[in-house]
Design a protein. Structure first.
Ligand SMILES: *Cc1c(COP(=O)(O)O)cnc(C)c1O
Length: 353
């Protein structure tokens, strides 16, 4: 058995995902600080209250905030709260809710159907969304009731605020609500240099799933309702789904530290920077093709087999994704040295004939 563990640990997981990293020192310290004495459980503690207030401050609005353990729960419970079972959700065909949540959105909503739209670079285009809304208006088809966007998208690209506004205006004009999968929301904000409000409620987003885990927290995703009436009874939904943490203070404490002082953006800025550095270092490698614009912390590359073989020999772990591309993710913990190591191995592999 030992040899299996050793073999796995000898490999390099730096770029396999942004959740192969640990918990950032600041988040860890905040959890340690919250580890004092007795406090009320199930979110009735001072840390959870302060965290919710910190969200209201950062988003400049009196939003309603809930904490759950992971992104699948955040997305699927948020979508379930926006839908009846006979409704449908419009999302991109590469969206995480479609490709990586094992049917959880359909499960928690008791059958709400996902309707898949296309669009280049992982982004929904206005006309495909419009087509899906208008395609069927009869009683025999699940009624479109939510538009789901991701920021950044699963392909590491970004909607600009004005693009979001166009999509949400279309959605709202047909009575749809708007959900945003912001598992990497901090990367989007760091990359775009806008305020959180400018990428969300000010451009028509009703509910945001704001990821902590990939940003450097241990296990905490915030479901942020800008439209408070939509949050009604969401606490019961979380509890029923097994997502109400009894020791909630440990999920809340890192946000209390990291939202007000702006440090929630530091790790993501660094991750974005590392992705840009990687792109720069491999730009002259022959037969290595960048698949999508690199706008946040993901780099998707089409690699010739000789590069895959070389990276395998060198112990690099990474995932082959949508369209056969190799995905390299950077995180708060990625070191520039690691980026240089990887880039060197990609270039070496590409130079072999
Ligand atoms: C990682 C991720 C999630 C959440 O996944 P969990 O593994 O359930 O935490 C959601 N959306 C996107 C775009 C992701 O990359």
């Amino acid at each position: 058995m030992r040899s299996v563990v050793t073999a796995v640990n000898e490999r390099r997981w730096d770029f396999a995902s942004d959740n192969t990293s640990g918990i950032s020192p600041k988040a860890w310290a905040a959890m340690a600080e919250a580890n004092e004495g007795f406090l009320p459980s199930y979110g009735d503690d001072k840390y959870t209250e302060a965290a919710a207030d910190a969200f209201r401050e950062v988003f400049e609005i009196d939003c309603e905030v809930f904490f759950v353990f992971n992104g699948t729960a955040a997305n699927s419970l948020a979508l379930a709260s926006l839908c009846q079972s006979y409704h449908s959700v419009i999302c991109h065909e590469t969206a995480h809710v479609e490709t990586d949540e094992c049917g959880a959105p359909e499960f928690f909503s008791n059958g709400t159907k996902l309707l898949l739209a296309g669009g280049p670079n992982g982004k929904l285009s206005l006309d495909t969304v419009d087509h899906l809304i208008m395609k069927r208006r009869d009683i025999h088809y699940p009624r479109p009731h939510v538009l789901s966007l991701s920021a950044p998208t699963e392909l590491g690209t970004l909607y600009r605020p004005e693009e979001i506004r166009e999509l949400t205006a279309l959605a709202h004009s047909h009575g749809l609500k708007v959900h945003m999968d912001g598992t990497r929301f901090a990367n989007a904000i760091a990359a775009l240099g806008v305020n959180p409000a400018q990428l969300t409620w000010q451009v028509g987003v009703d509910v945001l799933c704001f990821g902590g885990t990939k940003t450097g927290l241990g296990l905490s995703e915030a479901v942020v309702f800008f439209n408070r009436t939509l949050a009604e009874e969401f606490d019961y939904r979380c509890k029923q789904a097994g997502q109400l943490a009894s020791k909630m203070r440990f999920m809340a404490a890192p946000w209390v530290k990291m939202l007000p002082d702006g440090s929630w953006l530091e790790g993501s800025s660094h991750a974005n920077h590392c992705a840009a550095l990687l792109v720069d270092l491999i730009k002259d490698a022959p037969d290595v093709e960048r698949l999508f614009p690199v706008e946040a912390n993901a780099v998707f590359l089409r690699l010739p087999q000789r590069v895959h073989d070389h990276l395998k020999r060198r112990g690099w772990s990474y995932y082959i994704f949508i369209g056969g591309g190799a995905r390299f993710m950077c995180s708060w913990a990625t070191s520039e040295d690691a980026v240089r190591d990887l880039a060197k191995d990609i270039c070496e592999g590409a130079a072999q004939t």
